[in-house]
Write a protein that binds this ligand. Structure first.
Ligand code: ADP
Ligand code: MG
Length: 244
């Protein structure tokens, strides 16, 4: 279980998260929607402790932390490892092959032996449709392929949760589809995913739960079905019609 409670975060004088409470059920896909600048990335980065809200609680499994008191380095590292953030594919190591990119973390951080890590990496590459790209370098991949390698690399770290911030926003539509297909598959396999996206069609297919954020506050938190049924609620209606 991953949950944040009463998060508040400001940049300068600007309060970006306002007493925000939301939970992310395990083995479900939670999609975060909301207008630009509403605090989605700040929330996602807070889940991975890349941002530190000034106040609020953080719950992970049996543990709880208070942002006002701070979270020590050891706990931070442990949480980061369990909440892998998939950055846009461009943060792959350019000087390492695809295979080496994927085994780096498992070997260096998890201490898995190289042979085992390679076998797992090849399975993951197959899963994301890139079995034939193991020996390629990142510069030889399309944006969609690089993003799928980044997803495979996150999976290789065996985190409880995978966090994705607009994973396809930099991609052309046909490359976007191949990445969304992989995410739909992970969702169907009951991985624990938290995805920020503007793609409502994808959200309606992949999400078990939708959190709609505006102005640093949660305006909707419920099932995907309930979200799309809530069209009569004026803010959600405006948002949906602006997006479609
Ligand atoms: P979203 O992802 O929903 O578009 P963000 O979480 O990125 O929104 O940003 C919310 C608000 O916080 C925006 O007004 C943005 O300019 C501001 N913000 C985000 N990160 C920083 C930062 N590091 N420094 C200053 N302002 C920031
Ligand atoms: Mg953002």
């Amino acid at each position: 279980m991953l949950k944040v409670e009463k998060l508040s975060k400001s940049f300068g004088g600007h309060q970006v998260l306002k007493d925000l409470t939301v939970d992310f059920p395990e083995h479900q896909t939670t999609v975060i929607l909301g207008p630009s600048g509403s605090g989605k990335s700040t929330l996602l980065r807070s889940l991975n402790l890349l941002e530190r809200p000034e106040t609020g609680k953080y719950y992970f499994d049996q543990q709880s932390f208070d942002f006002a008191r701070g979270i020590n380095n050891k706990d931070t590292l442990a949480i980061r490892q369990q909440t892998e953030m998939v950055f846009q594919g461009y943060n792959l190591f350019p000087h390492l092959t695809v295979l080496k990119n994927i085994i780096e973390g498992p070997v260096q951080v998890l201490g898995i032996d190289k042979k085992t890590a390679e076998i797992q990496a090849r399975q993951l590459l197959k899963k994301v449709g890139l079995a034939d790209k193991a020996d390629f370098y990142p510069s030889q991949l399309s944006g969609g392929q690089a993003q799928r390698v980044a997803i495979a690399r996150s999976l290789a770290m065996q985190p409880k949760y995978i966090l994705l911030d607009e994973p396809t926003s930099a991609l052309d539509p046909e490359l976007e589809l191949e990445v969304l297909k992989v995410l739909l598959q992970l969702s169907a396999e009951k991985k624990s995913l938290v995805i920020v996206t503007h793609n409502l069609a994808f959200a309606s297919k992949a999400a078990d739960k939708i959190v709609f954020i505006e102005n640093g506050q949660v305006l909707f938190d419920g099932s995907t079905q309930a979200f799309f049924a809530a069209k009569q609620q004026s803010r959600i209606k405006d948002f949906i019609s602006a997006m479609t």
